[in-house]
Write a protein that binds this ligand. Structure first.
Ligand SMILES: Nc1ncnc2c1ncn2[C@@H]1O[C@H](COP(=O)(O)OP(=O)(O)OP(=O)(O)O)[C@@H](O)[C@H]1O
Length: 256
């Protein structure tokens, strides 16, 4: 296959995950081709983090399987995968430089710390404790660190949650740049952000896939009468029957 052509990067085949009586993921199947940015959208409790845990090799499915890069992930292809967790560990007093050094050493990347700080645009904050960085600075540091070993696939769990619009925009630009040559698989609650950034969408509600495909496919599937303006918002409403408040997807009847 020629370089640059879309190819299968992530595929789930009947993935199911139970926690006791709770079915967090229920027979989830989809294929994501790359490169590009796939946004996984769903309300609280939809199963987004559980799905990432499985695909990152951190938990085992109750049933079903998945492929990464068209193969069974055994052994797990750690060097080709980067991860940005929802709650990154923040060790007291560790500076941005030390954080970058630590992860560069883990991945054995020479020159990694400088690359991380430059990509995160944090050279001037290198000696600042990670816990003292602003939300936007910390998000940039975690993302730049997750790609220090140049992975083909990056999982990101709500990387822009709690950021103000300006920082969302800056981090969004960073994600778009990264998505030009790799696959980003990113959870978010923010439909506006998904509209601005995503090439592909996966709608998850109550542990089940409601729709998946390219943004263009899903947006075009919305009947004219249901279109209100923002493509991803309309598509999410159409496929998921979920209320939308201020660009955020919220389960019906859920308190804000
Ligand atoms: N370790 C666990 N033990 C028991 N139940 C769990 C566990 N992890 C997740 N769940 C349950 O599985 C369901 C899916 O949770 P998950 O965290 O994957 O959803 P989510 O879409 O990531 O939600 P959020 O948007 O709030 O982060 C929820 O009902 C949750 O309570």
């Amino acid at each position: 296959m020629t370089e640059g052509q879309p190819r299968e990067i992530v595929a789930a085949v009947g993935l199911t995950k139970r926690f006791g009586d709770t079915v967090a993921l229920d027979d989830v199947s989809f294929v994501v081709e790359g490169p590009g940015l796939c946004a996984v959208l769903g309300p609280n409790g939809a199963g987004k983090t559980t799905l990432l845990d499985l695909l990152e090799g951190l938990a085992e499915p109750t049933r079903g399987a998945y492929r990464l890069f068209g193969k069974e992930p055994r052994p797990y292809p750690r060097r080709r995968v980067g991860v940005v967790m929802q709650k990154e560990a923040q060790i007291e007093r560790v500076t941005a430089r030390e954080y970058a050094e630590l992860f560069s050493a883990i991945y054995g990347v020479r020159g990694g710390p400088l690359r991380i700080l430059a990509r995160a645009r944090l050279e001037h904050r290198a000696e600042t404790a990670v816990t003292r960085l602003s939300g936007g600075e910390a998000a940039r540091l975690f993302i730049a660190t997750a790609v220090v070993h140049d992975p083909t696939l990056v999982f990101l769990d709500e990387p822009t949650a709690h950021l103000d619009p300006e920082n969302k925009r800056i981090v969004g630009e960073m994600l778009r740049e990264l998505a030009a040559e790799r696959t980003l698989f990113m959870t978010t609650h923010d439909l506006r952000e998904a509209d601005a950034l995503a090439d592909r969408l996966l709608f998850l509600v109550g542990g089940r896939v409601r729709a998946s495909g390219t943004k263009a496919e899903l947006v075009q599937a919305v009947p004219e009468a249901e279109r209100r303006g923002l493509g991803v918002e309309d598509a999410f409403f159409h496929f998921c029957a979920i209320e939308i408040r201020e660009g955020q997807a919220i389960g019906r009847g859920e308190a804000t």
